[in-house]
Write a protein that binds this ligand. Structure first.
Ligand SMILES: Cc1cc2nc3c(=O)[nH]c(=O)nc-3n(C[C@H](O)[C@H](O)[C@H](O)COP(=O)(O)OP(=O)(O)OC[C@H]3O[C@@H](n4cnc5c(N)ncnc54)[C@H](O)[C@@H]3O)c2cc1C
Length: 443
């Protein structure tokens, strides 16, 4: 093989539901992107922190972009940043916040790469206000085997530009991107609005649609299902929470799910955590909120993820249109009361975009549900029931989050599945880009 290093490594998804021994190439020069044989199945990998196996697979060479992490050009007047695709979003935000700019859309994991944020079209702390990642990308460079690197922007190639967002690496390897920036609020205050159920949560979310930070946390136990709090981060004029005080990268959530040797999230652990969070969070009131903390609250959640134990976890995230949301929430509450699953986390967000391709977007309320890995019959049956309830209420699944979705279910859940798949396949010459996600969903 032509002068590129390749290692044999075991890789796993963040939720611990899939592992594979993979051949990994870690190019550190642009010319090494061309070193793979042109007929080698491959897939790009950024931070590798997707819940699902999207950036590796049994039969593909995994092209790890970790060495492509440089910030290349910063225009502090126009608010533009050109950055290599392997740069981590947490590092990019730290650089920008110290210079009076930021990216309004950032996923919860600071080790997600810019390439991974494009390829999954991620959302941030208030997708209703800021859209998904695509709203902040001016252009990107894409490497394809045989044709090399080409600049892609909406004026030059709208179809390829659009298909790359939530294209899961199938259109090629993104090598760099130019991002549009925004001015951060000079300071934030966090307003806590307690809610009795999910219908009330939806009303509060809609009323606060313009807040820079907006999401709900809810108790998901039978009898208390949906009780919780909407966390509304609002701009304040005080300026007493300077953004330059962002924590250094050593506090970032690790790339691999840390593991306790036992699972914390049994019924007793879930009850204790909910009681503690309710006491801390569900009182009305407001407190100062450092922006770095608002962007990456999960940096304080090491123990939460460790608590899933060696078997790991499963996340399901569904976006349900407003007119169907209340009926969906009622059906889910009834299902939880009947089946009594163990749910470690239930969170809500507001969306106000347009569903395109495989992007997780649309107009409605999204619920994210995290469960201990479905090793018991009850947990598996609940996941199946949740899927059916969501589909019955026109829910849209987030493909980059749920490792339990299969090819048949996703076709029932996404109305435009076949046209999105055909568009993506048209940019995946010879079907050579592949991954565990591609295999499982037959993308
Ligand atoms: C704790 C946690 C919190 C999260 N919070 C959010 C959230 O709030 N909102 C949200 O939307 N998502 C969230 N996610 C999901 C996560 O942001 C996405 O899965 C994101 O894609 C991860 O980026 P990555 O660089 O690790 O990508 P990887 O896992 O490495 O890859 C993900 C996909 O991107 C492709 N890809 C990566 N780099 C490139 C590249 N250079 N060129 C072409 N394709 C590439 C891969 O092929 C793969 O298909 C969260 C995940 C975790 C674990």
């Amino acid at each position: 093989m032509r002068g590129y290093a390749i290692a044999d490594v075991e890789l796993g998804s963040f939720d611990r539901q899939f592992r594979a021994r993979c051949r990994v190439q870690r190019p550190d020069r642009y010319r090494l992107l061309d070193a793979l044989p042109p007929d080698a199945p491959s897939i790009a990998r950024g931070g590798g922190v997707s819940y699902v196996g999207a950036s590796f697979g049994n039969d593909a060479v995994c092209q790890d972009l970790g060495a492509f992490d440089r910030l290349l050009a910063f225009d502090a007047v126009r608010g533009l940043l050109t950055v290599e695709a392997g740069a981590r979003i947490g590092d990019v935000q730290r650089f920008l916040l110290a210079r009076g700019w930021y990216l309004p859309v950032a996923p919860g994991h600071p080790r997600a790469s810019i390439g991974g944020c494009i390829a999954a079209d991620v959302h941030g702390k208030n997708p209703a206000r800021d859209g998904t990642f695509r709203a902040w990308v001016d252009s990107f460079d894409l490497h394809c085997a045989g044709t090399g690197v080409a600049r892609v922007d909406p004026a030059r190639d709208r179809d390829l530009f659009d298909a790359t967002f939530a294209g899961f690496g199938l259109t090629g390897t993104i090598t760099r991107a130019t991002l549009r920036l925004a001015r951060p609020p000079s300071a934030l205050v966090l307003r806590r609005v307690p809610v009795a159920n999910l219908a009330e949560a939806a009303r509060v979310l809609r009323e606060a649609a313009n807040a820079p930070v907006l999401y709900g946390w809810h108790d998901a136990r039978a009898g208390r299902f949906g009780r919780g709090v909407i966390r509304v981060g609002l701009a304040s004029d005080d300026g007493d929470t300077p953004h330059s005080e962002s924590p250094d990268a050593t506090h970032d959530l690790p790339a691999t799910l840390p593991v306790l040797p036992f699972a914390l999230w049994n019924r007793v652990g879930i009850a204790a955590a909910n009681t503690w969070l309710e006491a801390r969070w569900c009182r009305p009131g407001q407190t100062p909120l450092p922006l770095a903390q608002a962007l990456f609250p999960l940096n304080r959640a090491h123990l939460y993820f460790a608590g899933f134990g060696p078997a790991g976890m499963t996340e399901a995230q569904w976006l349900v249109p407003h007119p169907r949301f209340e009926a969906f929430a009622n059906a889910l509450a009834e299902c939880v009361a009947r089946m009594r699953p163990r749910i470690a986390l239930l969170a809500s967000k507001l969306f106000a975009g347009t569903a395109d391709g495989f992007s997780f977007d649309g107009r409605g309320i999204a619920l994210a549900i995290q469960l201990p890995a479905p090793t018991s019959a009850t947990q598996r049956a609940f996941l199946d029931a949740l899927t059916e309830i969501a589909i019955a209420h026109d829910g849209r699944p987030n493909l980059i989050k749920q490792s339990s979705l299969d090819a048949t279910t996703v076709r029932r859940a996404l109305a435009g599945f076949e046209s999105a798949r055909t568009r993506l396949a048209g940019h995946n010459r010879g079907g050579l880009r592949t991954s565990e996600l591609v295999r499982r969903l037959a993308l």
